[in-house]
Ligand binder design. Structure first.
Ligand SMILES: Nc1ncnc2c1ncn2[C@@H]1O[C@H](COP(=O)(O)OP(=O)(O)OP(=O)(O)O)[C@@H](O)[C@H]1O
Ligand SMILES: [Mg+2]
Length: 380
């Protein structure tokens, strides 16, 4: 890391296995996770305003990672940020915007604020879903962009129709081009989401149990095209475009009045249910945290099973507020990965039985220092 938030310069070598980065608040633990994720995925998991990362008063920031894979293959990944510009280089070659994902391995990254995925607004879940499926399939990314463009064009036209007070017949005529585009891409987006959730769900279910979640976890797609859309689609696939086009036509007067498109995947959501109960409203914090961890970790397993791709696991403050049994189960689960990096304010959150198999690093005021178990205890 160079000029990376609190770090003027820092160079860390993280061995395989579980790496524990401990330290007091505001010492730079999350920043290490962010820097690794940024170099490996090209995006900060923490902020969309990446210029925030530049150390105050500096003109550039760098996060550079040297990665050695199990098969001894080596890669160098780096992100260079200057004010307003980001360059992502992989093995010395700059990635172009919109280029398909680079992926000899998958990155699982959890930040504590991501509990909001389960507890927060539908947008959080939709964004995750779109990000995950786009990463999985480039055609989804393409369809989603076209869908979004069609919706914003339709909305602009709705505003015009509203202003000009056009008759319903004229309005229908004017809007039909964009309705056709919306249908074409929107159907593909919804179908891909339904199919992906169905596959993802089995992995989430297994991982949730393995990290100590109690009860049956289930994901349910909640669509603005009707409560029953999931069942409808899986029983009769052609029913989806039919339903969509009927609703789009039916909602036109309402949409003109509100100058916004009221139905479609941009208004959809998914529920996370445990034993049939929506944990957005009824789940405890620990339960919500385990659910989000299961959503994230299960993607690692999915990459392993379906693409034979291993994962590196980055967990920021994942252990706090979990009970000892679940902290144990979570670490037991991530131990199977080649490499895991976790942060904690206290090493006592790491169950003692793991201590001799972990590597310890202390973050203090913009420095990361390798320590051993004995020093880690003394530092607490
Ligand atoms: N652009 C920046 N320039 C300089 N310092 C920054 C910048 N951005 C953040 N910081 C500082 O970096 C410090 C470390 O932040 P970080 O979130 O990594 O801490 P942490 O160890 O994870 O803390 P916590 O235990 O509270 O989660 C904070 O004091 C923050 O104010
Ligand atoms: Mg932190």
């Amino acid at each position: 890391m160079r000029n990376f938030r609190i770090y003027a310069y820092s160079d860390i070598t993280l061995p395989p296995g579980i790496n524990v980065i401990y330290g007091d608040n505001a010492q730079g633990k999350t920043t290490v996770i962010e820097a690794i994720a940024l170099a490996l995925t090209g995006e900060s998991p923490r902020t969309s305003q990446e210029r925030e990362i530049l150390r105050i008063g500096e003109k550039f920031a760098v996060s550079r990672a040297f990665v050695k894979l199990e098969n001894s293959e080596e890669h160098q990944l780096e992100v260079i940020l200057t004010n307003g510009k980001k360059t992502w280089n992989i093995d010395g070659k700059t990635r172009k915007k919109g280029e398909e994902g680079w992926a000899p391995f998958h990155v699982v990254c959890f930040l504590p604020q991501e509990v909001q995925i389960v507890s927060g607004e539908p947008r959080n879940r939709r964004d995750l879903l779109d990000k995950v499926i786009s990463h999985w399939s480039y055609s989804y990314h393409f369809n989603l962009l076209n869908y979004r463009r069609a919706v914003s064009q339709r909305n602009a036209l709705l505003e015009l129709i509203n202003e000009q007070k056009l008759s319903e017949k004229d309005a229908k005529e004017r809007i039909s081009h964009w309705d056709a585009q919306i249908l074409k891409y929107g159907v593909k987006v919804i179908e891909a989401r339904l199919e992906f959730i169905m596959r993802w769900q089995t992995f989430v279910c297994d991982v949730f149990k393995e990290i100590g979640g109690e009860g049956e976890i289930k994901m349910r797609y909640v669509s603005s095209l009707g409560e029953d859309l999931e069942n409808l689609y899986f029983s009769e696939r052609e029913a989806l475009p039919k339903r969509y086009s009927q609703l789009l036509a039916k909602s036109l007067p309402y949409d003109i009045e509100n100058t916004a498109t009221s139905v479609g995947p941009h208004r959809d959501d998914f529920q996370v249910l445990v034993n049939g109960i929506d944990i957005r409203d009824y789940g405890s914090y620990g339960q919500q945290k385990l659910a989000v961890l299961a959503l994230k970790l299960s993607l690692g397993r999915m990459h392993q099973d379906e693409r034979k791709m291993s994962s590196i696991v980055l967990l920021d403050d994942a252990l706090s507020q979990l009970d000892i049994k679940r902290r144990h189960m979570l670490l037991e689960y991530v131990k199977k990965y080649e490499q895991c990096i976790i942060t904690t304010t206290t090493i006592y959150d790491v169950p003692k039985s793991f201590w001799n198999s972990c590597s310890f690093f202390m973050a203090r005021n913009g420095e990361v220092i390798k320590t051993n178990e004995r020093q880690a205890i003394a530092n607490q």
